[in-house]
Structure formats: C-alpha cells, structure tokens
Design a protein. Structure first.
Length: 165
C-alpha cells in the first residue's frame, strides 16, 4: 500500500500532453493521432455523428487538438487539455462548443497519414505502445477515409482464419 491507502496499480502516473483528439465510444476512447491537417478533428466529429446515428455506440468528445495522457494501472487515461475542454474545430464553421467527458480509458489508437498503412497490415502494425501500455491501433493511409476502418474495428472481430488471400 502506498500513501493514502491506494494500491500502487491504481496510481496515476502523469504523462504527456499530445497533439491528438479523442472520442469516447461506448466504454473506451478512440485516440486519434496525426500531423496537422490530417483530419483528426474531422474524424472525431464523424465518430460523434456515427454515435448519434446508431452506427456505433454512444460517442462523446473527450478532447480535440490537444489531450493529456496518463497511466492508470495498466491502462491509458485520456483527458482534454484544460483550456480546450468542450471545444472542437469544425472546418468551415470554426471552433464550436460540444458535450464532452472529462476522462476516458483509451481502447483504440488511430494514426492518420501513417507510413505503415497497408491493405493487409501485419499484426505488429495493429498495435502500439503508449507509456508502456499496448493498445490496438489502426494505421490509416493519407487520402483514405478513416471512419469506415474505425467503425469496422469497433463493430467486428478479427477473423480466426489463417488462410492467406
């Protein structure tokens, strides 16, 4: 036991503030990374709209443009940057207010404009490590719509077939 009676596995280890967006879809957050102009805010808003349309579970903004990451036991927690909480950029409309959650556990990472995106990616490309925690990952090629890939990842399971096409 550590100070305050907390189990060491539950202590939050402060992590970095990163240039990314995040949306809680159901019980876990989708962390969206990529270079400036790659469509992070657009994918975040598309996921929120997909949640409203019933395409995916309920989806709520965590943070747009900049989020804070921390370890919480063997999970990664994401929070909005304090000054940006509840704000999202909608291209063509500007910065808008949006419902948001104060924190969520990251369950999926989407890397936009990823150099290692492939039609049939190897297993090692479908995971990443953040602050020592391994998380499922989707690498998305430049000029490829990420929403269908994210919806597929959230609503399907990987085939157990070992047949190579």
């Amino acid at each position: 036991m550590s100070q305050g009676g907390l189990n060491e596995g539950s202590l939050r280890e402060a992590g970095p503030s990163v240039h990314a967006s995040a949306v809680q879809v159901g019980a876990h957050a989708v962390l969206i990374r990529g270079p400036s102009g790659s469509g992070k805010s657009r994918l975040a808003f598309d996921l929120i709209m997909a949640g409203r349309a019933g395409v995916v579970e309920s989806a709520v903004l965590v943070g747009d443009d900049r989020v804070q990451l921390a370890t919480l036991g063997h999970e990664i927690e994401v929070r909005p940057a304090p000054r940006l909480a509840g704000l999202i950029e909608i291209r063509g409309l500007g910065i808008r207010n949006c419902d948001f959650v104060e924190h969520a556990t990251v369950g999926l990472v989407v890397d936009l404009d990823a150099n290692d995106a492939e039609r049939l990616p190897p297993d090692e490309a479908l995971k990443t490590s953040i602050l020592g925690v391994e998380i499922p990952r989707i690498p998305v090629a430049r000029d490829y719509s990420p929403l269908p890939l994210v919806v597929a990842a959230l609503t399907t399971t990987k085939s157990s077939s070992s047949v190579n096409p």
